[in-house]
Write a protein that binds this ligand. Sequence first.
Ligand code: GAL
Length: 397
Amino acid sequence: MIRFFACGLAAFLSVVASAGFARADIHALDFGKTKNGEDVKIYEITNENGMKVRVMTRGATLVGLEAPDRNRRISDVVFGFDNVQGYESKDNGYFGATVGRYANRIAKGKFTLDGKEYQLATNDGPNHLHGGDGRSFDKVVWKARRFENPGECGVKFTYTSPDGEEGYPGTLEASVTYTLTDKNALRLEYSAKTDKPTIINLTNHAYFNLAGAGSPTINDHTLRIFADKYTPVDATLIPTGEIAPVEGTPLDFRKTTAIGQRVDQLTATSAKGYDHNFVLNPKKRGEELTKAAELVDPASGRKLTVYTDQPGIQFYGGNFLNGVKGKNGQTYAYRSACCLETQVFPDSPNHQGQEGWPNCVLRPGESYKHTCVYAFSVKEKETKRAADKKSAKEKKS
Ligand code: GAL
């Protein structure tokens, strides 16, 4: 009888939560210690629709994101681990981390700034990847401060990277703020200041599977990327410098396309699948953020729309995943999630001043700013009539 009552109450509370009566809330939990004995905390943020986000101080990392499907069923749609040791393991894939000081690759770890050459760690074959080896931003413990505003709440993480850390010049005061809104959007705002000229490119490395993390594939997810061009790469995934049209290639996502439809055409290339930087179409006048991408899981209806003020987005399709064990007993198989990393272009430090290439230099007195919004919604099931109408229209155009 008691059990029956408890189940009934749980079901009632879950209906109340999914009906939009939950209270927005944020609280901190201990998550254990790093191998150096530093305390790590997780902040659990819930909005009034019952959507939940978990972020941790190590790597200012997104650890969990529970979003509703079209039937209001909640699933965690990002990869992660149950403990700090998982995140410290060699197979951590940068799951959910804030990546920096320079996300993506720098050729041979070298760049020249104001006539001085700098050498960074080469931790990805001959190249520098995601800020280096030792104290890259995904590995350090950030300070955290929670906040609540009307209609949203979140956590601001701060980290001061000393001059010369991982070979980068300048003391860098960096922050990333995660804000969960009552409209089911997760907003990430990065900012940084330096005391010497330096380079910067911060991003987030969340792996999304909108059917629920641990589901076997993303081949059936559909994707649209608002980019006419991309930056082709060489055998070590370093951009050749060219900015090429996506037209006529498997990278043409200007129309919504299933990820699995053409991915095998890229398996034998250096990228081994989707692992490319797309040059986002310019912002429309008056727009603060541009729509960069739309990812949909047609079965559950979960839809993720990415907005940003950055010029590029790396679409990485999980080609290096190999069955690593994640949180809640999940297994993360080959190509079972994708990252949509808003950023400046890879290897930009070696293309400064080149036409079409963005600035990545930060000087004393300037502020680095970057916003990325991961907005969640649902796509209702298409009726047969609507689908037929759409395909007839597509055939015509
Ligand atoms: C991505 C990158 C991939 C791979 C991955 C980490 O951002 O584009 O090539 O390095 O990170 O496994």
